[in-house]
Design a binder for this molecule. Structure first.
Ligand code: SF4
Length: 700
């Protein structure tokens, strides 16, 4: 055994919601990373992002000192005492002038459970502002809202990943997991080896769609029409599980009436999926011993995202699969802690344990844990995009603290977002690099990275895991938890924020979550270590976790799941003569989210150095552009220039651009901020676009 191996730490990847186990050794300047063969989720597998994750630790652009914007308008190095003092003083000034809610807090789905929890507590107890929300609003909020209303609870996958291996037929809607989380493919490979069938619904023939047995190339924005059409066939061919519907659900008759109007020929017109494929897919699902419906960002990131997910949950319920082994409905969460990050209070309407902030008993419970009167806790605030869009307004947010998010790249209509951020009286960003958002800040606070601090995350299965520290943070860098406790002290609320370690924060989180839907009170760091993670809810230290939900009843008022009879609506912005194509966005294998980390890794930039616009040869011919040419994409919000890739792996009416880049390369300068009425999810996945050769003037 080498010296490196002697010092190897079993920890987890900083990126996506698979949270692959990895072994980190070597030194901070030259870390060695291998997949952890013992961790059951990835069983040794990693993707290229995981292999290269150590590169950011000693990166030359790493922030090692706080920065304050000086009189000359530039960010200049400062010491921590000065930086924290400036932040606290200016927050106090803003709140004195404009009220408590004039200070906003913006978190992220990559923050550990401890950070998400403490950020929510910091907002409600130290700042006493109602305005706290996070970037998960742009990620899984539609699936979360639909799951809560239909099933009574939101846990991305209500079953272990291993169920995928044993499902007879899986319909995956709008997810390209072969590129975004490659180690998950081992489960689909095992499913295939067992004779199972994977069907992918996506406007693009993605790597996942190419791998699948069937591909439904649906029009962007038509998911609900497809789901209702599939259910029409299931009802018509008597393939629904009538006994399950009678015993475990309510509301089916309204839905049966509604889907009677979604006959296959009509649905082909709405979705572009041939009638025969709709019928064959429904019959495959309806005749399968076990059928699973999975959704990802495709159907969810739309202004009718919640209704789209209702449509897919309706299917799983009608098939009688929810709560049975190897079937049911699940959402493939995207961000590293997208699941835990939406459970513990960094959301505008939420308290820890997935409790509602407008529930008097929840307020009492959490206030008792925090030793504050319930009346001191603010009520619900506004959602992520609305919070950002209110920045600088007379009655809006005047000072914003951003932690673990790069909204200048990840929010829709990003030109407008930049303008709003510039209009603030104070913008404070904690990050490891000067991200596009940090570049606009008045104060930047340098914080520790994933391998430099202990903390827990909750993966896409609802498995709570312990991410271990492999190295100490570099000199000059503090953890986010340290930043929050230090700021709380500067604001005169130190007595509520006395923690010696992340473990103490986690233990308090457990008490605050006790009895809530996402109950972590039976979890300890020791258990998470010893058991390779534990599935929530887990309310007793000597009790098991809950790998599979909904087995006997649903946590709704009646104990039954609810069907939702919802009709297809066209996208918020449809194609027309001026903007004749659909624009859709997504991820690529070698970059991650807003790219703050991955765009700084040379190996990843070799794979994906810039955003490339993919379009079909027919669309390219009509737009008079050819492969490799620079083109201008124009929507009602602006224009941006990309290199075009002409490919038959996309619908003729659709252009795809990945969203990992900022500034002039940001496709989110073009996307539509129309919001879902319930989840407040922006419509990232569909808007109208025009493509022009760069050599000609793009229209206004
Ligand atoms: Fe695993 Fe996701 Fe990390 Fe890739 S990015 S190694 S799939 S956790």
């Amino acid at each position: 055994m080498t010296a490196d191996q002697l010092h190897t730490t079993a920890t987890h990847c900083p990126y996506c919601a698979l949270q692959c186990g990895m072994l980190v050794g070597g030194t901070q300047g030259a870390p060695t990373i291998t997949g952890d063969p013992r961790f059951p989720v990835n069983q040794g597998g990693l993707c290229v992002k995981g292999w290269t994750a150590g590169t950011t630790l000693a990166h030359p652009e790493r922030l090692l000192t706080p920065l304050i914007r000086g009189a000359g308008g530039h960010l200049e190095p400062a010491d921590w005492d000065t930086a924290l003092d400036v932040v606290a003083r200016r927050i106090t000034e803003v709140q004195g002038r404009f009220g408590r809610d004039a200070v906003g807090v913006f978190g992220g789905g990559s923050l550990t459970n401890e950070k998400a929890y403490l950020l929510g507590k910091f907002a409600r107890v130290a700042l006493r502002t109602k305005n706290v929300d996070y970037n998960g609003r742009f990620c899984m909020s539609s699936a979360a809202a639909a799951s809560i209303q239909a099933l009574g609870l939101d846990r991305g996958l209500p079953f272990p990943l291993e169920d995928i291996s044993h499902a007879s037929v899986i319909l995956l809607a709008g997810g390209n997991v072969a590129e975004t989380m490659p180690p998950i493919m081992q489960y689909f490979e095992r499913q295939q080896a067992h004779g199972g069938t994977l069907i992918v619904a996506d406007p693009r023939r993605t790597a996942t769609a190419q791998w699948a047995a069937r591909h439904l190339s649906l029009r962007p924005g038509s998911d609900l029409a497809l789901a209702n059409g599939l259910l029409h066939v299931l009802v018509r061919d008597q393939l629904v599980d009538q006994a399950y519907i009678s015993e475990r659900t309510e509301g089916f008759e309204d839905l049966r009436r509604l889907v009677s109007t979604y006959w296959p020929e009509r649905v082909e017109g709405l979705t572009g999926v041939p009638e025969a494929e709709i019928v064959e897919t429904a019959r495959l699902l309806g005749r399968a011993p076990s059928a699973m419906i999975l959704t990802a960002r495709g159907p969810e990131q739309q202004a009718q995202g919640v209704n789209n997910v209702f449509g897919y949950i309706n299917l799983a319920l009608a098939l009688g699969m929810v709560g049975k082994p190897h079937g049911g409905y699940g959402c493939l969460t995207g961000q590293g802690n997208g699941q835990g990050g939406r459970e513990h209070g960094q959301k505008a309407d939420q308290l820890p344990g997935y409790r509602r902030i407008d529930d008097p008993s929840a307020r009492q419970h959490v206030a008792d844990v925090w030793s504050v009167p319930p009346s001191s806790l603010p009520g619900p605030g506004i959602s992520a995009f609305e919070l950002i869009d209110s920045c600088g307004a007379e009655d809006g947010v005047r000072a914003l603290l951003v932690m673990g998010s790069n909204v200048a790249v990840s929010a829709p209509d990003s030109h407008r977002v930049e303008r709003r951020l510039r209009a603030l009286d104070l913008l404070v960003v904690s990050d490891f690099f000067v991200s596009e958002t940090a570049a606009l800040a008045d104060v930047v606070l340098p914080v520790a990275q994933w391998a430099e601090e202990d903390g827990t995350t909750t993966n896409l299965e609802g498995r709570v895991i312990l991410r271990r520290r492999a190295f100490d943070p570099p000199a000059g860098v503090r953890t986010d938890l340290d930043v929050l406790t230090a700021l709380a002290a500067c604001l005169g609320t130190k007595r509520y924020f006395s923690y010696g370690s992340s473990r103490e924060v986690f233990d308090e989180l457990g008490r605050a979550s006790r009895g809530g839907p996402a109950d972590y009170s039976g979890l300890t760091y020791e258990r998470l270590d010893a058991e390779d993670g534990v599935f929530w809810p887990c309310g007793a230290t000597d009790g098991p976790g809950t790998p599979r939900l909904f087995m006997d009843r649903f946590p709704t008022a009646t104990g039954r799941a609810r069907f939702h009879a919802v009709s297809h609506q066209p996208p918020a912005e449809d194609r027309d003569a001026s903007y004749p194509l659909y624009l859709t966005t997504g991820r690529v294998l070698a970059q991650y989210q807003s790219g703050t980390q991955t765009r700084r890794i040379a190996e990843l930039n070799e794979f994906a150095p810039e955003p490339v616009a993919e379009m079909h040869p027919t669309a390219a011919r009509l737009a008079r552009v050819s492969n490799g040419e620079r083109v201008t994409l124009t929507t009602r919000r602006g224009a941006a220039t990309f290199t075009v890739k002409v490919t038959r792996a996309i619908r003729e009416d659709t252009v795809f651009v990945p969203f990992h880049w900022g500034g002039e390369q940001s496709v989110n300068r073009l996307t539509n901020p129309a919001l879902d009425p319930t989840s407040r999810m922006p419509e990232f996945k569909v808007c109208a676009v025009r493509v022009d050769p760069l050599r000609s003037e793009a229209p206004e």
